[in-house]
Write a protein that binds this ligand. Structure first.
Ligand SMILES: [Zn+2]
Length: 249
């Protein structure tokens, strides 16, 4: 089966504001196109479990087809929470999917509140729910970045927490490989994929979301519209395959 067979959704690629690649403002040469693939949260709880994203299982094969492509580096992320994580409704004894204000542990005066959606218990570290979904080509990953590991800190982006106080190992991984373009696929399009792709722009990368290898909790297209507005490019699996071949060594 070809990538184009697996990727049926037709979403046209749009261009937006030109995003400088890291180092491109230097006077000499433009960095060589060096793409990375980041697979976001393809975990049991997000596919079949307590916080299952609609139709998530349908992107396992498209994601695997991306993993087969010749990226310089392939990274996976996992939500990886302690038992009583701050994002769980049960931790606050409030209704599922209600919201509450949360504060960073180093913000005792509660100055920088963030409105948190209260989720079902999900992706508890070292449980089956946090494992990669069966069938995913996990042996190809060069690194796995864990998110939300502190009991009182939430992270949607794989780059940093929601308060932007601590950065993960992801920027170092990308920098050490000279990455210029970062491609995102996985779950959920309107949370962890979106916030990671937006942060990739902020960290100076050309940021791409592979639309037919992503599923979202919401069925509207608002997350994609927001990403486009903020400089993220959208691409299909098929167009990405053609692009990688065109830039291939
Ligand atoms: Zn989570």
């Amino acid at each position: 089966m070809s990538v184009s067979d697996l990727c049926s959704t037709s979403v046209s690629t749009t261009s937006s504001a030109d995003i400088s690649s890291p180092g491109s403002e230097s006077t000499s040469t433009t960095p060589k196109y060096t793409p990375a693939l980041i697979i976001i949260d393809m975990q049991n709880d997000f596919v079949y479990g307590t916080l299952a994203v609609p139709d998530a299982a349908t992107i396992i094969e498209p994601v695997n087809s991306l993993i087969d492509l010749p990226f310089k580096v392939k990274v996976a992320t996992r939500d990886f929470h302690p038992d009583s994580h701050i994002s769980f409704a049960e931790t606050h004894r409030k209704p599922l999917f209600s919201t509450t204000m949360i504060y960073h542990p180093e913000d005792p005066h509660e100055i920088m509140g963030m409105q948190q959606v209260l989720w079902p218990i999900h992706c508890v570290a070292y449980t089956g729910g946090a494992d990669f979904v069966p069938g995913l080509k996990t042996t190809e990953f060069d690194a796995v970045v864990h998110k939300g590991t502190h009991p009182n800190i939430e992270s949607y982006s794989a780059f940093r927490d929601i308060w932007h106080k601590a950065v993960s190992e992801l920027p170092d991984i990308l920098a050490s490989h000279g990455i210029t373009d970062v491609y995102f696929a996985g779950l959920a399009g309107d949370y962890c994929v979106k916030y990671t792709a937006l942060d990739a722009v902020e960290f100076g990368y050309k940021s791409w979301v592979v639309t037919d290898a992503v599923k979202s909790i919401s069925q509207d297209q608002l997350a994609f519209e927001e990403m486009k507005k903020k400089g993220v490019e959208l691409i299909t699996c098929e167009d990405l395959m053609a692009r990688l071949n065109a830039f291939g060594d």
